[in-house]
Write a protein that binds this ligand. Structure first.
Ligand code: SF4
Ligand code: SF4
Ligand code: SF4
Length: 375
């Protein structure tokens, strides 16, 4: 399977045009907070009792009505997520209705529900891609991190069943303190299965509607996360491309200081991209709980206009705007709020993660015989 190309494509053109014109082209719909797993770092998962205290699942009729309003407003790309979205009792109805509306669909799943019947369903109604998260190299990690010991084999089976039916699968992952030792084997699994993959090493400290706050121990220190990040960069690219990439990265990390004034939100959140959570709140991004509007009550167009207005006025950190490594730093509005409690805050975790990544890349290049930072 190949990486879906974005640079230089019609999709890029459409998304940039949508962002400039504030057309909500990109949607993430969180169908349910329920999940059969219970990962330490999850920011969405609730059990059935917790869910009842905080709201209710929206029915297929409600999602489909919303989908029609979204389509009329310009939405084209829809990602279904959760919790585990396949656990929404009317998932198939919602999915088929959105497909018939002409939406381009992606599904996030942990894969453990996907048996032959589900795989046949996705073969009959192909998504653009299924993003399947692989949490570790064996049942032991699944037990420790996800508290679901049978998950590993089920996830592998799902990848195989989907691949046999030519359904596009991408393997996602999050590197945490519980699975950081699994990286080599995770890489060899995805390599053998010939899947596109992406493992994140930065974890947003979000807890959203959950009763329990984010457990800081579930993520790596910024320095350890940077080590994992650099290791994965090398695995993804191979040695030669990695060195070229490292040199380019280091070049970009030496920007002139920018203006020390508050900046605006740089990504597409709240400009052409939005999320609707399981309770029916539209938000600019899955990581943020503010601003939000009750989209099922006020209707899509009104809710989207309100989100646009509120997000347009948000200002991010002057220090980040001026920072010389800003071009390689992954900080964003959600990172600032979740790490510091303020959109204008400077996320210390991200500073350390970025600076350690730079230091490690420099060291790698310096230690390579005949290869220096400047080539
Ligand atoms: S599988 Fe995903 S949704 Fe379920 S508990 Fe884990 S992180 Fe949360
Ligand atoms: S988070 Fe830190 S490293 Fe990143 S841009 Fe802001 S100040 Fe610079
Ligand atoms: S997580 Fe950050 S970069 Fe991603 S959509 Fe949200 S604000 Fe933008």
């Amino acid at each position: 399977m190949e990486t879906i190309k974005y640079q230089g494509t019609i999709e890029q053109f459409l998304c940039e045009k949508a962002t400039a014109n504030h057309v909500p082209i990109n949607a993430i719909l969180e169908l349910t907070p329920l999940c059969n797993m219970n990962c330490d770092m999850c920011f969405v998962r609730l059990d059935a009792d917790e869910m009842k205290q905080k709201g209710r699942l929206r029915s297929a009729e409600e999602w489909i009505r919303l989908g029609k309003e979204m389509r009329d407003a310009g939405t084209l790309f829809v990602l279904f997520t959760g919790g585990e979205p396949l656990m929404h009792p009317e998932f198939k109805r919602i999915y088929i209705a959105f497909k018939r509306m002409g939406m381009i669909l992606t599904v996030n799943t942990n894969g453990t529900k996907i048996d032959e019947l589900w795989a046949d369903f996705f073969a009959e109604y192909p998504p653009r891609r299924i993003n399947l998260t692989l949490y570790g190299k064996d049942e032991e990690t699944y037990q420790r991190l996800c508290h679901y010991p049978a998950g590993f084999q089920k996830a592998l089976r799902a990848i195989r069943l989907l691949q046999e039916r030519n359904v596009d699968v991408k393997v996602n992952g999050s590197i945490t303190s519980e699975n950081v030792e699994d990286i080599d084997e995770l890489f060899s699994i995805v390599d053998q299965m010939d899947t596109v993959w992406k493992f994140d090493t930065y974890m947003y400290p979000a807890s959203r509607e959950r009763n329990i706050l984010f457990d800081e121990k579930s993520r790596l220190t910024p320095e350890d996360a940077a080590v994992a990040r650099v290791k994965l960069m090398e695995k993804r690219m191979g040695k030669k491309d990695f060195h070229t990439f490292a040199r380019q990265f280091l070049q970009r990390s030496k920007a002139e200081p920018g203006e020390c004034t508050a900046g605006g939100v740089r990504c597409r959140a709240g400009k052409s991209s939005f999320t609707v959570n399981w309770q029916g709140m539209i938000r600019p991004c899955v990581m943020l709980s503010i601003p939000e509007e009750p989209v099922f009550d006020v209707g899509f167009q009104i809710a989207w206009t309100r989100i646009l207005q509120q997000f347009e006025n948000l200002r991010t950190s002057p220090e980040c705007n001026a920072c010389t490594v800003r071009k390689v730093c992954q900080t964003c509005a959600a990172c600032a709020v979740l790490e510091t409690g303020r959109f204008e805050g400077v996320p210390e975790y991200m500073c350390r993660y970025t600076k350690e990544t730079i230091r490690l890349l420099k060291t790698t290049l310096m230690n390579e015989p005949g290869v220096g930072e400047d080539g």
